[in-house]
Design a binder for this molecule. Structure first.
Ligand SMILES: [Zn+2]
Length: 246
């Protein structure tokens, strides 16, 4: 009898229940979609008209820093490709110095391979008349295995690069995964006399995304969620940078 009542009640209420279920699905989804659309359309305008070169450090014969089988060049490319997507999302025009595992030298093996590679990267930045460039690398330090976290380098004579580096550094200091491990990152942007920074005319930074010499950074830099977080935070910092300088 109890069972039968139950069936009767359910049947009687089915149309109402259906309406309630459908409405409860549609209304919040529509509201969220509307809010997202509004945020995204505003977001998508932030970098319209900006040409940004994203440089994935090393590549091909040049693996960069290594730890066992782990090669810096792969991490750099993974993060750089994600960064491209994030910058495109904000409306920027993005040029990559490389989007696959290749070096940019002349392949002549004449002893100048490394310099030729860097020259080509500079040439791409200059010929695209980039508004700014971001070069993605990973760090390695011998004898200091506990050192971890991102460091953003800028050229010491470029105020704009310094400002850009500061905004990106602050943004990267709050990466989720460090918080999850209860680690407070207090990285400070630094000046560096790197070839790429010395030979380009637009503001630019070299982002050392973490230390391959540290066990945690090694783990995190291979973690897709962390790579994505880095890309998102750099792109958000670029938006903030333009909001502050223009
Ligand atoms: Zn590197």
């Amino acid at each position: 009898m109890k069972k039968l009542m139950c069936v009767v009640i359910q049947k009687r209420h089915i149309p109402y229940i259906m309406v309630i279920v459908v409405m409860s699905l549609i209304i919040p989804t529509a509201a969220v979609a509307f809010m997202n659309e509004t945020l995204q359309s505003r977001d998508r305008r932030a970098l319209i008209g900006k040409t940004i070169v994203v440089d994935a450090g090393h590549g091909g014969v040049d693996g960069g820093a290594t730890h066992g089988d782990l090669l810096e060049k792969h991490i750099n490319l993974n993060i750089a490709l994600r960064l491209r997507e994030e910058l495109l999302h904000h409306g920027a025009t993005v040029t990559m110095t490389r989007d696959e595992d290749e070096s940019l030298d002349d392949h002549k093996n004449n002893g100048n391979r490394h310099r030729e590679d860097l020259k080509k990267r500079v040439q791409i930045i200059q010929s695209n008349e980039a508004d700014l460039f971001i070069s993605i690398h990973a760090n390695y330090i011998v004898g200091k295995p506990s050192r971890l976290g991102p460091i953003v380098f800028h050229h010491d004579t470029s105020e704009r690069s310094k400002e850009l580096a500061a905004v990106i550094q602050q943004s990267l200091n709050t990466l989720h995964k460090y918080k999850e491990h209860n680690i407070v990152i207090k990285g400070t942007e630094a000046s560096g006399r790197y070839y790429l920074l010395r030979n380009t005319s637009c503001p630019g930074v070299i982002v050392e995304t973490g230390f391959l010499s540290n066990w945690l950074d090694r783990k995190l830099l291979q973690d897709e969620a962390h790579q994505q977080d880095i890309a998102v935070r750099i792109a958000e910092a670029v938006v903030l940078y333009y909001q502050s300088v223009e």
